[in-house]
Design a protein around this ligand. Structure first.
Ligand code: ATP
Ligand code: MG
Length: 328
C-alpha cells in the first residue's frame, strides 16, 4: 500500500491536525510501502506569508512530525519545494482539470472569502497542486481530515480523465478519514473547523501549547445553555469536546457520554483539559529536544527529498512521454 499525505507549514499545527492527520501518518508509516509525508511549503504561499517565517515553520512542522512518532528512516519525509516534479506535474494536470470543478471547491470559497488584499490564482489552483503531490507517487491511500474529502475526489477525477485519454498510468487514490476526530471544531466557533490560518486564537489548541494554555482554552470553550454532556442538535461545542476526549483517551464517544451522564459542564471540561494535556505532553517534550538542531532536520528533509524524487521522476517521465511533451 503506497501512502501519501501533505501538511502545511503555516503557523503552528493544532489539535485538529494532530488528531485528524498526524496520528494517521504515524499509524501508516509501517503499513505504507512506502509511506510518504510532505511538508507542503508551496501550498503555504497561496495565502499571505512571511518568507523568513515560512522557512522556520518548515522546521517547526518537521520537528512536530518527528516528535509525534514519524521516523525518517521508516517513511519518506520531505519538503515539497525540494522536489520540482510537483510543480511540473501541476501544469500537465491543469490540462486535464475542469475549471468548473475548481470553482466548486468549498475550501476555495471559504478561504477566498477571508482574504483581505489578494485572492491569488494560486489559492484557486491549490487542488491541482495537491493532485500532483499525490499522483506523482501513484499513491493508493491518502490519510486526511474530513475537510479534504472533496479535494481527494477531484484528484481521482483528474487521474481518471488522464488515464482515459493516455492509458493506465496514474493511480486513483482512496482517502482515509478517521472515524472519530476527522473534523475537530474551533473551541470558540464550534461550527467551524479548527484551522491553521482561519480560526480564532482562543479556540485553537496548538500541539505546542503549554498545559496552562491548553487548560485555559478548553475551559473557556463555547458550549450551550443546556447541561447534558451529550451530542445533539445545537450542541456543537459539547459534541466537539466529547470527540476530543474520546480520541485522547482512546475510547468511544458513547463511552464518554455514559461516563459523564449527570456531570456538569465544568467537571467535564476539566476532564477534557487534563486528558488533552497528557495526550500532547510527550510530543511537546520531544519537540523541545529536536527543534534546536536545524542541521539535523534539514539533513532528514534532504535525504527524504532524494528518495521522493526517485519515485516522482519516474512518473513524470511516463507522463511526459504519453502527453507528447519533449523528445521521444
Ligand atoms: P488551513 O485551515 O490553513 O487549510 P489546516 O489547519 O487545514 O490549515 P493543513 O496543513 O491544511 O492544516 O491540513 C493538514 C491535515 O490536517 C489535513 O489532512 C487536514 O484534513 C487535517 N485537518 C485540518 N484541520 C483539521 C481539523 N479541524 N480536524 C481534523 N483534521 C484536520
Ligand atoms: Mg487545510
Amino acid at each position: 500500500m503506497r501512502i501519501f499525505s501533505g501538511i502545511q507549514p503555516t503557523g503552528s499545527k493544532h489539535l485538529g491536525n494532530y488528531i485528524g492527520a498526524i496520528r494517521q501518518y504515524v499509524e501508516g508509516q509501517d503499513r505504507g510501502d512506502p509511506a510518504i509525508y510532505c511538508i507542503v511549503d508551496l501550498h503555504a504561499i497561496t495565502v499571505p506569508w512571511d518568507p523568513a517565517t515560512l522557512r522556520q515553520s518548515v522546521y517547526d512542522t518537521t520537528a512536530i512530525l518527528i516528535a509525534a512518532g514519524l521516523d525518517p528512516e521508516r517513511c519518506i519525509l520531505f519538503r515539497q519545494s525540494d522536489v520540482r516534479e510537483h510543480t511540473e506535474l501541476t501544469w500537465y494536470l491543469s490540462a486535464l482539470t475542469a475549471h468548473g470543478d475548481l470553482n466548486r471547491m468549498t475550501q476555495f470559497k471559504e478561504k477566498s472569502a477571508k482574504q483581505r488584499e489578494l485572492v491569488s490564482a494560486g489559492l484557486f489552483f491549490y487542488p491541482v497542486l495537491q493532485a500532483a503531490d499525490v499522483l506523482a507517487y501513484k499513491a493508493q491511500e491518502v490519510p486526511v481530515g474530513e475537510d479534504q474529502r472533496q479535494h481527494v475526489e477531484l484528484m481521482r477525477e483528474i487521474a481518471r480523465r488522464f488515464n482515459e485519454r493516455f492509458g493506465p498510468i496514474l493511480v486513483e487514490p482512496e482517502h482515509r478519514i478517521p472515524e472519530v476526530g476527522a473534523r475537530i471544531m474551533d473551541l470558540q466557533e464550534p461550527t467551524n473547523k479548527m484551522s491553521t490560518t482561519g480560526g480564532s486564537e482562543a479556540g485553537t489548541v496548538l500541539v505546542l501549547d503549554d498545559p496552562d494554555a491548553v487548560t485555559k482554552k478548553i475551559k473557556s470553550a463555547v458550549t450551550d445553555s443546556g447541561s447534558e454532556v451529550k451530542r445533539g442538535e445545537g450542541k456543537d461545542g459539547i459534541a466537539n469536546l466529547i470527540q476530543i476526549l474520546a480520541v485522547a483517551r482512546g475510547t468511544t464517544e458513547d463511552e464518554i457520554e455514559r461516563e459523564f451522564a449527570g456531570s456538569g459542564y465544568g467537571d467535564f471540561k476539566g476532564a477534557v483539559a487534563q486528558a488533552v494535556v497528557e495526550f500532547l505532553a510527550p510530543v511537546r517534550q520531544r519537540y523541545e529536544e529536536l527543534r534546536p538542531d536545524e542541521a539535523a532536520l534539514e539533513g532528514a528533509l534532504a535525504a527524504g527529498a532524494e528518495k521522493a524524487r526517485a519515485i516522482a521522476s519516474e512518473t513524470l517521465a511516463e507522463v511526459r512521454s504519453v502527453m507528447g511533451i519533449g523528445p521521444s
